[in-house]
Design a protein around this ligand. Structure first.
Ligand code: C5P
Length: 236
């Protein structure tokens, strides 16, 4: 497999073509951004930590029967993934109220949510990723009804697997964001799962172990990511 030209550079990852049309290289950079790219910093080791963290999670999900784009780790900061047609919506599940839910609805931060809340957001930085519903997705043709149902089903299946994984390691999976794409006509999990795209709190102290440390200027961002990785058994 040969790495070819860069196809796309996002805020934290870049995508490169390969000599196989069905695969691309996902390259995890140290760039860390928040607030739709308004706050950007380089955090030493983040690319490597997130690449290995994501590989571990994707393999765990795959072992639980959830199809993902992940193929294999290539090196410290790069993974080989299936080239998908991305669906431009983000799927968020919340087990505990925090972040934008608290700002929008005025509910208490830390309130346990039963049943968990599911939300769709449009992937669009210029519009600040507005919340959308299934009617918007159908009307504007971002996904079919069957694809919407599949994304919801898979996002909740991920919740079952990962809530337990983190609970066993003394953490609460507060919320997370997933992105899906289409490969061979099927909806499969894409993008990444790392502390950049979820909230994780220590179960005892409720210490934040995720990107909120960066957003809120709490410091110790990578140290927290490494601690989570260590607790769940990721080899760094
Ligand atoms: O900001 P909000 O509370 O809506 O975020 C919910 C979850 O989705 C958080 O875990 C956050 O890190 C993640 N998220 C993300 N990328 C976005 C928006 C939210 O990873 N563009």
């Amino acid at each position: 497999m040969e790495k070819r030209q860069q196809l796309y550079a996002g805020k934290a990852k870049s995508v490169y073509a390969t000599d196989d049309a069905d695969y691309v290289v996902l390259s995890f950079r140290d760039d860390t951004s928040a607030f739709d790219g308004e706050k950007v910093e380089q955090l030493n080791r983040k690319g490597e930590v997130n690449n290995k963290f994501n590989a571990f999670i994707m393999q765990t999900l795959s072992g639980a029967g959830i199809a993902t784009h992940f193929e294999k780790l290539l090196n410290e900061t790069e993974s080989l993934v299936k080239r998908m047609q991305m669906i431009p919506v983000e799927c968020v599940v919340r087990n505990v109220a925090s972040g934008s839910l608290v700002r929008r609805l005025g509910v208490e931060d830390g309130m346990s949510l039963t049943p968990p809340v599911f939300e769709f957001f449009l992937k669009n930085d210029a519009l600040h990723d507005p919340m959308v519903n299934e009617y918007h997705i159908a009307t504007f043709g971002w996904a079919t009804e069957a694809q919407v149902q599949k994304m919801k089903q898979l996002t909740f299946e991920v919740n079952t697997v990962l809530k337990q994984l983190f609970a066993d390691a003394g953490m609460i999976l507060v919320d997370y964001k997933l992105e899906f794409g289409i490969f061979g006509g099927e909806v499969i999990l894409g993008d990444e799962f790392s502390p950049d795209g979820c909230r994780l709190w220590d179960a005892q102290t409720r210490k934040k172990l995720d990107k909120d440390r960066f957003r809120q200027g709490l410091g110790g961002v990578i140290e927290a990511y490494e601690e989570v990785a260590k607790r769940i058994g990721v080899t760094l």
